[in-house]
Design a protein around this ligand. Structure first.
Ligand code: PMP
Length: 406
């Protein structure tokens, strides 16, 4: 159905109407950040032009309006992921959300000899926070390997689960290869042994329906800017019992119940984790973004992108010397490739000269690139406003770049 609406959808993204280097912009860097529809831009402009004010503390009208809008955004995001609103903590983004959880585990849960399971395809933001936590407690980060197609080795994963494992932290979708991991199976296997699971949903949120309660996931992190919303805002979903158990991340205003110099008591979650003035405008923008995506329907977005991805893979396959990095059966969003012995960044620069935006390099997954023995990839990553013309331009652009590079 979206095929017929494609032009209308695209029309809602003013940024896509420009030319770059003399050609109509083809934006295929959605894995890095998505563009924003007018409804999101307007919601943020409205906040600053009519009710900019601090939240939670004011008795005056504007402050109450700002508080209501900020909390309404929390409800919108909660509905979007199938959570209760009090299970949604506003963070700066996915990185911040994962650090919040890793910090809590470092402080109160991990002990010497414990293990944290991640995977070989993690973004640095789901590697380094766990390394920092484990280093301090003499615990170990264990890595689930992948096969040559870029899929998790689930037999190995099963064999790695034991009583020393305190958390499994895994990405839902690989930002480099587009692999969609079997998260339901991962969660039920971990839960059979009483192990909690954190999902990095940064690359899932704009593409795959998220129902946290149905999944029974313990924690889930996502970034607003990869979901048609602004930067500087994201969320951590945490089961109520976990948010009660985890210690505060940062101290300051809003996260307290009562402060004396001798002892401070903390606010209830989610405010326990929201120290200081939050990113109010950005939260409101994120609320508008999930409203926009929900109206379109993530199921429909998913079905459309599935077809567009197939189209792109088939079209790219026709380029002589092109090889894909990551050929998982279940995939979403990102398509990574290399052509002959051309360097990814050379291809990226030549695509930019033709008005085509892709990302090149290691995509913050250096260990994954090391596994494949490559410096990085050229990555085209899709969103719902992309169409087959974008893909045709990409294919033509890559062919031209390769010719120029000899
Ligand atoms: N995880 C994945 C899979 C990502 O793709 C990204 C962003 N590229 C992140 C985490 C980090 O997100 P952010 O930079 O918005 O915190």
């Amino acid at each position: 159905i979206i095929w017929q609406e494609a032009d209308l959808i695209r029309n809602e993204f003013p940024i896509l109407k420009q030319t770059v280097n003399g050609r109509p912009l083809v934006y295929l860097d959605n894995g890095a950040t998505t563009q924003k529809p007018v409804s999101v831009i307007r919601s943020m402009q409205e906040y600053y032009t009519t009710y900019n004010s601090n939240v939670h503390r004011g008795v005056h009208t504007l402050s109450q309006q700002a508080t209501a809008a900020y909390e309404a955004a929390r409800h919108q995001v909660a509905a979007f992921i199938g959570a209760h609103h009090h299970e949604v903590v506003f963070t700066k983004g996915t990185t911040d959300a994962i650090n919040l959880v890793a910090n809590g585990f470092r402080k109160d849960i991990l002990k010497e000899g414990d293990e944290v399971i991640i995977s070989a395809m993690e973004h640095h933001s789901n590697i380094v926070p766990w390394q920092l936590a484990c280093e301090e407690k003499n615990a170990k980060v264990k890595v689930v390997p992948i096969n040559e197609k870029g899929e998790l080795d689930m037999d190995k994963f099963r064999s790695m689960l034991n009583s020393r494992v305190k958390i499994v932290a895994i990405t839902w979708v690989s930002n480099t290869m587009g692999t969609v991991n079997p998260v339901k199976e991962i969660i039920s296997l971990a839960h059979e042994q009483g192990i909690p699971v954190l999902l990095d949903a940064a690359q899932a949120a704009a593409h795959i329906p998220i129902r946290v309660h149905e999944l029974d996931v313990d924690f889930l992190a996502l970034s607003g800017h990869k979901l048609f919303g602004p930067t500087g805002i994201g969320i951590l979903y945490g089961k109520e019992s976990w948010l009660d158990k985890l210690p505060p991340y940062q101290g300051g205003g809003d996260m307290i119940k009562h402060v004396t110099f001798e002892k401070t008591t903390y606010n209830e979650p989610p405010l326990k984790f929201e120290a200081g003035t939050p990113a109010i405008c950005e939260a409101i923008g994120l609320g508008a973004a999930v409203a926009w995506a929900s109206k379109l329907g993530i199921h429909r977005i998913n079905a459309y992108e599935h077809q567009l991805t197939e189209y792109a893979i088939n079209a790219l396959r026709g380029i002589p010397g092109l090889r894909f990095i990551g050929e998982a059966k279940h995939r979403s969003g990102a398509i990574s490739f290399l052509v002959g012995d051309t360097h990814p960044s050379d291809v990226g620069v030549l695509l930019d000269q033709q008005g085509i935006a892709v990302r090149t390099g290691h995509h913050c997954t250096q260990p994954l690139c090391d596994l494949f023995g490559i410096p990085g990839t050229v990555r085209a990553s899709l969103a719902v406003y992309n169409n087959t013309e974008d893909i045709d331009r990409l294919v033509e652009g890559v062919q031209k770049a390769v010719t120029l590079l000899g």
